[in-house]
Ligand binder design. Sequence first.
Ligand SMILES: NC(=O)N[C@@H](O)C(=O)O
Ligand code: NI
Length: 167
Amino acid sequence: MRTLMIEPLTKEAFAPFGDVIETDGSDHFMINNGSTMRFHKLATVETATPEDHAIISIFRADAQDMPLTVCMLERHPLGSQAFIPLLGNPFLIVVAPVGDAPVSGLVRAFVTNGRQGINYHRGVWHHPVLTIEKRDDFLVVDRSGTGNNCDEHFFKEDERLILAPHQ
Ligand SMILES: NC(=O)N[C@@H](O)C(=O)O
Ligand code: NI
């Protein structure tokens, strides 16, 4: 099984999978009579139909045992999904490009710097949220509507991957 190299999250590296929601290196303009910097439209919420809603939730996630064997990835075919850390902690991301199924050899892992959120584009394969802290809170912005919006793919045993952040 391949051990994933964990890359530092950057807009450029993550571009094939979605957006990085951060102030570092992002354009802004002044609002509120010059008292506020607006880092405008860092990401957009994708939905599938006019009846869909973009909703805001909080995920309180517990850490997975590490090293983690990555057995599966999921995707949301009907909308995007954004995770914004509420407590300023780094977290882990495992993704694969859009396609009928995730390709094990194309799976990549990233670690955030604590000041970054991400927005998975519609259909991007990803692992369910992976904290580094024992428990962590995320603001999540994603799509609500009819139909199935979560496909899971389980890798064959020889396609599984290892995520080992503490080594
Ligand atoms: N199932 C759910 O809402 N969470 C996942 O989509 C995830 O990416 O964590
Ligand atoms: Ni998801």
